[in-house]
Design a binder for this molecule. Structure first.
Ligand code: ADP
Ligand code: MG
Length: 626
């Protein structure tokens, strides 16, 4: 949202209760909208951004409300002290529930949230000291330094200051190192873990974050209503909060306010209008909501907020952020890990094996890679190359065999730890966060090089570290030639450029060993030459590179050493010129055609090689078999 709109919203919020013409019920209504916005804001992060669906947020509102209700009435505590305790209880409950339920995948997670939403609801209704189904009444109103917030027009300011601070903190959080990790959760864990992101931990973090916002909402609610009972914390309210997030736009923080406002206003209006039409006082609004939900999912998947944002952009052309065109400012370079001396054995793969059921995808493969060397791993499609990559990087567990990287054994470590040791990779099937900028995608690669916690990210005190991370990302983008696309959404790049982006992201992790799975696929001839120059430069800097690639010119010109696989088995190994004339290789690629085909490495300037794929030799044969 741009600044002018933000100031308008803040001014309207600030002035409304002061205007004599504002009806009192508007203020009451806006109080409820604000309280719901806090809960929905948590759901935006949890469900919209991280892809974790929760039907149980109302239960956390209940924990906040009941904790303060009991502590301030039965124990006569100050509400502010009760807030701290309520947040602490919520933290503990969410942490435990999150650790238990977030492991569940697919539909089991929403089902799990329904289960604990119901349990907490019945717990509130059955505990004698919480007043069972009557709840707790006589809760004192809040006051701040003797200034009473008993009136709706006063607690209004507390609510909306909390909402605006929540929006600000959440925006800050999402736009930071932990925020990028959180935004990577939705993409499946493979890629994120390969850059050292502890996905299980971040899932618990967003779950606790959302629960704390819900608790805060419940705390204010209890002191505004002056009484609590179990019904507003039941499952149907949990569903309603989720509904608000979906309608508002679950991937934008402002969607929370829009969704809460729309749904509560609509509900209010429907409760007036529908009984008049149908002549009874049943809850017809639920039916209307159901229909509305179907329409939203059908016609506005991303909710209402993106549509409003687009209208605003059309109304105020040129207001889109111009300052974003420049590279991020200079910042101190990140520390680099020591490089092994040229010639040291960096990677040693010993009889590594992977079976998928009866299929032996990788059949006792061994090879070594030294510092400052580029090794090619080639073979027809399905030969087991990508599987070998996944065994080295910990994405798959080997059936048997060992992988040694400098002093460590990789085959016993998870992907996250392997990344920490200095192994960077790209994926055959590009794994980017398409709605994040190119720069942010690359910065994700530098995740392990600096540490920023959730709290300092939300409070915006991480800016100097953030600047270092973004600067590093910009440097790597410059290096691979994508500097002009820094603020483009990654999903808008051509596929070849997305592969190059993945290389920049891997480089941002400061690797000692780089594994590239078909980096040149989809590149034009000139782009391939530029890529080869970058890889050659990296080799001179002492990087070790393992490369899977189908373009034979590219492989033969660039690599020092080649391993050839076919049907999971290593069939040849040697220098490029040895491989080109190796009978087993010709057999594998050309199916036994006994013809000494010319697969000489073509000099770069030779016009005949100015084709993306050679029309004769192994590459053509591979293309046929693939
Ligand atoms: P390459 O990268 O050389 O083209 P892969 O390593 O992707 O080959 O695949 C090797 C073989 O293993 C193929 O036959 C493929 O179908 C099989 N394979 C790969 N991944 C899996 C998996 N997760 N489950 C079952 N089979 C797999
Ligand atoms: Mg592959």
């Amino acid at each position: 949202m741009n600044r002018i709109l933000l100031y308008i919203v803040i001014a309207v919020i600030a002035l409304l209760p002061l205007l004599p013409i504002t009806p009192a019920f508007w203020i009451t209504h806006l109080n409820y909208v604000g309280l719901a916005s806090l809960v929905v804001l948590g759901l935006v992060v949890l469900t919209g951004v991280s892809g974790l669906t929760s039907f149980g947020q109302a239960a956390f509102v209940g924990i906040g409300a009941y904790a303060t209700a009991w502590l301030t009435t039965a124990m006569d505590w100050s509400p502010w002290l009760a807030l701290i305790v309520a947040l602490a209880i919520t933290f503990a409950a969410a942490y435990i529930l999150g650790a238990l339920t977030l492991r569940l995948s697919g539909h089991y997670l929403p089902l799990g949230t329904i289960a604990w939403g119901l349990s907490l609801y019945y717990l509130f209704g059955n505990m004698a000291f919480l007043g069972q189904h009557d709840g707790i009444a006589g809760i004192q109103p809040l006051d701040i330094f003797g200034f009473s917030l008993a009136e709706g027009g006063r607690i209004y300011y507390l609510i909306w200051v909390c909402v605006l601070l929540g929006l600000w903190g959440t925006r800050n959080l999402l736009d930071s190192r932990p925020g990028r990790a959180i935004r990577a959760l939705k993409s499946g864990q493979g890629m994120a873990e390969s850059f050292g992101i502890d996905t299980a931990r971040y899932k618990v973090i967003v779950f606790v974050y959302a629960a704390l916002l819900a608790c805060l909402s419940g705390w204010i609610y209890a002191h505004m209503q002056r009484a609590v009972s179990p019904s507003p914390f039941g499952l149907n309210y949990g569903i309603e909060y989720l509904f608000m997030a979906v309608v508002g736009g679950a991937s934008s923080v402002w969607g929370a306010v829009v969704g809460a406002g729309l749904i509560l206003t609509l509900k209010d209006q429907l409760q007036n209008v529908l009984p008049a039409i149908f002549g009874s006082s049943s809850n017809f609004e639920l039916i209307v909501f159901g229909v509305l939900m179907v329409l939203v999912l059908q016609y506005a998947r991303d909710g209402v907020w993106p549509i409003l944002a687009r209208w605003w952009q059309i109304l105020t052309p040129g207001s889109t952020e111009v300052r974003r065109r420049e590279a991020p400012p200079q910042a101190p370079a990140l520390a680099q890990r020591p490089r092994p001396e040229a010639g040291t054995v960096v990677l040693e793969v010993e009889s590594i094996r992977k079976e998928f059921g009866g299929l032996v995808a990788v059949n006792d493969i061994s090879f070594r890679l030294r510092a400052g060397e580029i090794m090619g791993l080639i073979g027809p499609n399905g030969a087991g190359k990508s599987t070998t990559f996944n065994l080295i990087t910990g994405v798959l567990k080997a059936t048997s065999g060992r992988v040694r990287f400098l002093k460590d054994r990789l085959d016993v470590l998870p992907a996250r730890e392997i990344s920490r040791l200095g192994v960077g990779r790209t994926f055959q099937h590009v794994q980017l966060l398409p709605t994040m900028t190119v720069l942010e995608n690359v910065a994700l690669g530098a995740h392990l090089r600096r540490n920023v916690g959730v709290v300092s990210a939300a409070l915006h005190t991480d800016r100097s570290i953030e600047a270092e991370l973004l600067h590093e990302a910009a440097v790597q983008l410059e290096r691979v030639g994508l500097a002009d696309y820094m603020y483009e959404q990654a999903g808008n790049l051509a596929l070849g450029q997305q592969r190059i982006l993945e290389i920049a992201r891997a480089l941002a992790s400061d690797p000692v060993l780089l594994l590239l799975d078909e980096p040149a696929a989809g590149l034009r001839y000139k782009e391939k030459q530029e890529l080869a120059a970058v890889l050659d430069q990296l080799r001179q800097e002492g990087m070790s590179i393992l490369l899977v690639e189908h373009d034979m010119d590219f492989v033969m010109n660039l690599t020092d050493h080649i391993v050839v696989m076919d049907f999971g088995t290593k069939i040849a190994e040697g220098r490029p010129e040895e491989i080109q004339t190796h009978p087993a290789v010709l057999e594998a690629y050309l199916g036994g055609i006994d013809d000494d085909l010319d697969i000489e490495p073509a000099p770069a300037a030779q016009p005949s090689s100015a084709q993306p794929v050679t029309t004769s030799g192994p590459a053509a044969a591979v293309a046929e078999r693939g």
